[in-house]
Structure formats: C-alpha cells, structure tokens
Design a binder for this molecule. Structure first.
Ligand code: GTB
Length: 215
C-alpha cells in the first residue's frame, strides 16, 4: 500500500529542504518506496481533521493503511524497520544505528533548534544579542564531540544508516549559520549525504512543491 505523508503547501524555507518532511521523503527514497504527499496550509494543520492525526498540528505525518503516525524520527524508524537498506541486519550494529537516530534527535538537534527559535522569536528582546553566542557555543561543543567521533570515517558506524540520514538532516539546519564550516569533516559528511541519489530525488520532490506554489 502506498503511504501518504504530509508536508507544507508553502514551506517557509522556500524549497531549501529544511522542513522535516525532507527526512521522511529521503528515507522513502532510500528504500525505494513510492509515496503520495498531501500538502497542508498552516491553517489546515490546526484544524480537527489534521489534529486527529497529529495532536500538535504539525507536519510530517505518515499514513499507510490503518497505520497513522507522526514524529519524523518515528516515521523514519518505521520505514527503516519495514524495508531493507536503512538498518543493518546484525543486532548489535542495529542497536548502534538506533543510538545514532536518538543522538541526532535528542542530543544534536535540540541546541540547533534552540538557536533557530531564538533567532525567530526573541530577536527583539534586549538580551537577544547576549544570548546568541551562548547558544552557538553550545552547538559548537556538540559539533566538536560529533566531529571527533566521526573522525575521517564516511558514516557514523560503518555503512550508511537511518542514523546518518537523520544526523545529516539535523546538521543541514545549520545552513547559512557559518557554524558547520569550522568542522571540515562534518561538512564533508553532510556533502556525502546530499550526494546520495535518494537525497537528491527527495530534495527535488520538496522543491517542486515550492516551485508550484509560486505559480
Ligand atoms: N518533533 C517533530 C518531528 O520531528 O516531526 C517536529 C515537527 C515540526 O516541528 N514540524 C514543523 C511544523 O509543522 C515543520 S518542520 N511547524 C508548524 C507548526 O508547528 O505550527 C520545522 C521547520 C520549519 C521551517 C523551517 N524553515 O523554514 O527553514 C525549518 C524547519
């Protein structure tokens, strides 16, 4: 059965692939699973029909037959568990891939989001300029640790996995910040992720939505 995901009808990122439907699209492309996309306006995301699917009124969601789930990490994990290609067969390697999924979402992404939120919502606060370097220092600390662990490897634990997919999308949220650029091995890691044909197909699919929305 072809799954249906939801995405922004008009993404505020203007087709840069930074919204979280991108990671779900990428996972589906990696495993060769076709999917349909239902586009939602901000208003529709807050209506009862969508809230029944996603209690927080957000994208992405994933529906497949009578299964309906939200949270991009849970969706990517589901796709990885039900198709070959995103999780290793070996039980221990699989556990480590799950560890990197959680590390991307629970450890690396939060300080990045904190900075994003500060830039969007706290810009006019008198303490904003003083707080920003504190938030950036926190991100740099995490990246330093991640960079040390990745070292000169291609992927976080041997072969490419759902953990890498999520980590690359998380690091991409730093685009334009100048922060990632001080970690050459992380830049190369993100570039390797973006060079994957499945990433490129996913990116083009989300960009086509933006292009169409421009009339
Ligand atoms: N933890 C959830 C998940 O991983 O699925 C978070 C989902 C989430 O934050 N969804 C956002 C959303 O629906 C879109 S991705 N927001 C609308 C709302 O909450 O009302 C976040 C996002 C939005 C925009 C950009 N951008 O413009 O660059 C980047 C990321």
């Amino acid at each position: 059965m072809t799954p249906t995901i939801t995405a922004f009808a008009r993404s505020p990122d203007r087709g840069r692939g930074l919204a979280r439907d991108m990671r779900v699209r990428w996972a589906l492309e990696e495993v060769g699973q076709a999917y349909d996309t239902r586009l939602l306006s901000f208003d529709e995301m807050k209506q009862p029909a969508h809230l029944a699917l996603h209690p927080f009124g957000q994208i992405p969601t994933y529906q497949e037959g009578d299964l309906a789930i939200f949270e991009s990490g849970a969706i990517v994990l589901h796709v990885a568990q039900t198709h070959a290609g995103l999780l290793p067969e070996d039980a221990k390697a699989r556990a480590r891939a799950a560890m990197w999924i959680f590390a991307a979402l629970n450890t690396v992404e939060p300080p990045i989001i904190e900075r994003e939120q500060a830039r969007y919502h706290e810009r006019d606060e008198p303490w904003h300029e003083a707080r920003l370097p504190i938030l950036e220092k926190r991100i740099r600390g995490r990246l330093e640790q991640l960079s040390g662990r990745l070292s000169n490897a291609d992927w976080l634990d041997g072969t490419f996995s759902a953990g890498d997919l999520l980590m690359v999308t998380v690091l991409r949220r730093l685009d334009g910040s100048g922060i990632l650029e001080t970690f050459p091995n992380l830049c190369a890691y993100v570039a390797r992720g973006k060079a994957r044909p499945a990433y490129q197909r996913a990116f083009e699919a989300q960009r086509a939505v933006f292009t169409a929305s421009q009339g």
